[in-house]
Design a protein around this ligand. Structure first.
Ligand SMILES: [Zn+2]
Length: 316
């Protein structure tokens, strides 16, 4: 994600509600649930973060990127009735051709009412928030920024394989979100998807996960999400409230953030971004070498996974 240069004019000014901002233990037990919803294991999701980081940085064109792609496809091939890998080339602003791959796992592919759950699987090529120039030039580990969203979605795929969801669900792992350095070379996989998704495959709405594993999480409503997809945003946040997670999903609206939901919104697909904009003390782990599995919590992954699972199994 990028904090600069809003990509869309905001139609709706942020309606601020007094939300709780405390941050305690996000791992306490959840409240009432849909009877069909299988349990979501935060520990299993955290293992999926650790595996990804062990591949090395997942920067397009590197061995870690190739290893992660093969791993994701192998997992999803065992779980989903239909898996699509869409390979495409993006020429960067510095005239480099990147080979990128979006991976889409389709559950209940014949259902016309569909939900897309997406996260980026690539990681930032440079640690641009480091002070030291030598450290800044190296790629980040991407445990939270990249790894966490993929982990939650891959573990959700296990749930959907065990208990088919009541609506069609596409899990979309997009490439090239964080390449950069500027927005012209970011959100590449999401743009590709928004431009090419067929009429038959087009989802009714979408939910994006980004940076969903911090030890001290907070998910206020992001500005574009609330501005362009407020009914969906409220539905998901009310699920969080029902599960006892309202403290971490306050209904106040924060500044818009450029992220993978923007191309989908521009294509007319209502999509919200579940994103935590404060990673570590004063956000010091974001785009630095501190973005490691030790700074990701199973309890946070579980909270986000449960909210999404409950949203899906209660009918979307
Ligand atoms: Zn990032």
């Amino acid at each position: 994600m990028t904090r600069r240069a809003p990509l869309l004019p905001l139609l709706v000014s942020a309606a601020v509600a007094a939300g709780a901002t405390g941050c305690g233990d996000a791992g306490r037990s959840s409240g009432s649930a849909s009877p069909d919803r299988p349990p979501f294991s935060g520990e299993a999701a955290l293992e999926l973060v650790e595996v990804q980081v062990a591949f090395g940085p997942r920067v397009p064109g590197t061995p870690g990127h190739a290893a992660q792609l093969g791993w994701m496809l192998a997992i999803l091939d065992t779980l989903a009735p239909e898996v699509v890998a869409d390979t495409f080339i993006h020429r960067t602003t510095s005239d480099r051709d990147l080979t990128l791959v979006n991976v889409r796992a389709r559950f209940r592919p014949d259902e016309s009412r569909r939900l897309v759950l997406l996260a980026h699987w690539d990681t930032r090529p440079t640690a641009d928030q480091e002070d030291d120039p030598a450290a800044r030039a190296l790629p980040i580990p991407g445990a939270n920024d990249g790894g966490s969203g993929v982990a939650v979605l891959l573990h959700l795929a296990r749930l959907f394989a065990a208990q088919p969801p009541p609506v069609g669900v596409d899990i979309l792992l997009v490439d090239g979100e964080d390449y950069g350095p500027g927005a012209d070379d970011m959100f590449l996989g999401a743009r590709r998807y928004a431009e090419t998704v067929s009429r038959d495959d087009r989802p009714t709405y979408g939910v994006l996960l980004d940076m969903v594993g911090d030890a001290d999480p907070l998910f206020p409503m992001e500005g574009y999400s609330a501005g362009y997809a407020l009914p969906l945003n409220k539905r998901v946040w009310s699920v969080a409230e029902r599960l006892g997670y309202g403290e971490w999903f306050p209904s106040r609206v924060v500044d818009p953030v450029g992220d993978d939901h923007v191309p989908l919104l521009e294509a007319g697909i209502p999509t919200i971004d579940i994103i935590d904009l404060d990673y570590g003390p004063d956000n010091t782990y974001w785009h630095t070498h501190q973005d490691t599995p030790e700074h990701v919590r199973a309890s946070t992954l579980r909270m986000v996974g449960e909210v999404l699972a409950e949203f899906v199994y209660s009918g979307g």
